[in-house]
Write a new protein. Structure first.
Length: 265
């Protein structure tokens, strides 16, 4: 069996005998995959092979493909290529567009990222709903505003505060944590405004969060909201597509049985 070495791992070329199977797939998963998910994917691939005669190769810990790897993927006999993780998803979408002869299933696991438009019939993209943080926290924020409890917002330029929460005339209540001297400016604003809450909307590093807590104002970290993808349901849906030789093209959000939202402050 021929193989291609890359990043300390190999991509074996599927044995011709396995081409008699119902489908052949290449699984690509992002770096730093949780151990439990890594084990689950391995067990699932083996199950697909043993129970449904689906031949597979797996390239774990991969954010992007090297040139030689790309050539092997293009020439390989894969019916489906499954990509897990926002880094390889964003890096490999352009490659997928250039390979209409293969079916691509992309599973994005990021929150808050803009979702690319998918028009090709051979590409399926699953993603976390856009605006999820806003929808999850809208009731709490509006309750603060209705009761007159002032919010001092901390975010970054890449994560603008929703206009419904902080109209433009309240821009003086927003601090950008990626600007020079932001903490000194926040200190001044907190002293001037006397807010009931400091609320972070963008991801903030732990050191900055500790500094916020020194201001002696309750801190609500909306950016700590995470999505726990339910991989049993997601992989079951993919298996059904492989077995039936179908694809659900286009871009769509994970269904309610495929994710759980976890909120903490």
């Amino acid at each position: 069996m021929m193989s291609l070495a890359a990043c300390g791992r190999n991509i074996p070329v599927i044995d011709p005998a396995l081409l008699e199977s119902k489908s052949s797939i290449l699984m690509i998963t992002r770096p730093h995959l949780p151990d439990a998910l890594y084990a689950q994917i391995g067990q699932t691939l083996n199950s697909w092979r043993d129970q449904h005669h689906i031949a597979y190769e797996w390239l774990p810990g991969t954010a992007a493909l090297q040139e030689e790897q790309t050539a092997k993927v293009r020439a390989g006999a894969y019916d489906y290529i499954i990509v897990v993780g926002t880094e390889p998803v964003r890096n490999l979408l352009p490659l997928a567009s250039s390979m209409p002869e293969k079916r691509w299933i992309f599973l994005d696991d990021a929150m808050g990222a803009a979702v690319p438009a998918i028009t090709e019939k051979h590409i399926s993209l699953r993603h976390v709903p856009e605006g999820l943080i806003q929808s999850e926290w809208d009731e709490w924020v509006r309750q603060q505003l209705v009761t007159g409890r002032m919010i001092e917002w901390v975010t970054t330029a890449a994560y603008p505060i929703p206009a419904d929460w902080a109209p433009s005339e309240e821009a003086e209540c927003i601090t950008l944590a990626d600007a020079n001297g932001w903490f000194q400016q926040l200190q001044f604003q907190v002293k001037s405004h006397g807010p009931a809450w400091i609320v972070t909307y963008a991801p903030i590093d732990s050191a900055s969060m500790q500094r916020l807590r020194t201001l002696q104002v309750p801190v609500m970290n909306l950016a700590s909201t995470v999505v726990d993808l339910q991989w049993d349901a997601i992989l079951k849906d993919i298996r059904e597509q492989l077995v039936s030789h179908t694809l659900k093209p286009g871009s769509r959000v994970y269904q309610t049985n495929e994710m759980k939202v976890i909120k903490s402050s």
